[in-house]
Design a protein around this ligand. Structure first.
Ligand SMILES: [Zn+2]
Length: 122
């Protein structure tokens, strides 16, 4: 376990990233259009909407009527003294919002920004 301020660029220098644990909390979530993306059920790449479904242009190029909704949630994570911008992918996004990606997407479509902010602050 390290503090955010102890994470130095050198720790990431090998290009493979570095895995470490930090203890803190999410202080802010930035809702954006890309919080949840339409993922290919087969290869998980982002799909493009097409009439009647979705096409996996960046991956296997197959057409699907449905797709997976996968999180890529942007947030600010804070420990005792420092904060860092993080991306909460997949299950991490689900943990943060407390709902599956598909539900969050429709929640965002049916509520205005203030209501979404209020929900996320809880
Ligand atoms: Zn695909």
């Amino acid at each position: 376990m390290v503090q955010i301020c102890e994470a130095t660029p050198e720790m990431f220098a090998n290009g493979n990233g570095e895995v470490f644990k930090v203890y803190g909390m999410i202080s802010r979530i930035f809702p954006s259009d890309n919080d949840v993306y339409t993922a290919c059920p087969k290869c998980k790449k982002k799909m493009t909407e097409e009439s009647g479904g979705y096409r996996c242009e960046k991956g296997c190029n197959e057409f699907f009527e449905t797709c997976d909704f996968v999180y890529m949630l942007k947030a600010i994570f804070m420990d005792s003294g420092h904060s860092v911008a993080v991306t909460c992918p997949r299950e991490a996004g689900e943990m943060v919002t407390g709902m599956p990606g598909k539900e969050f997407k429709s929640f965002k479509e049916t509520n205005d920004l203030n209501e979404i902010d209020l929900y996320l602050m809880e």
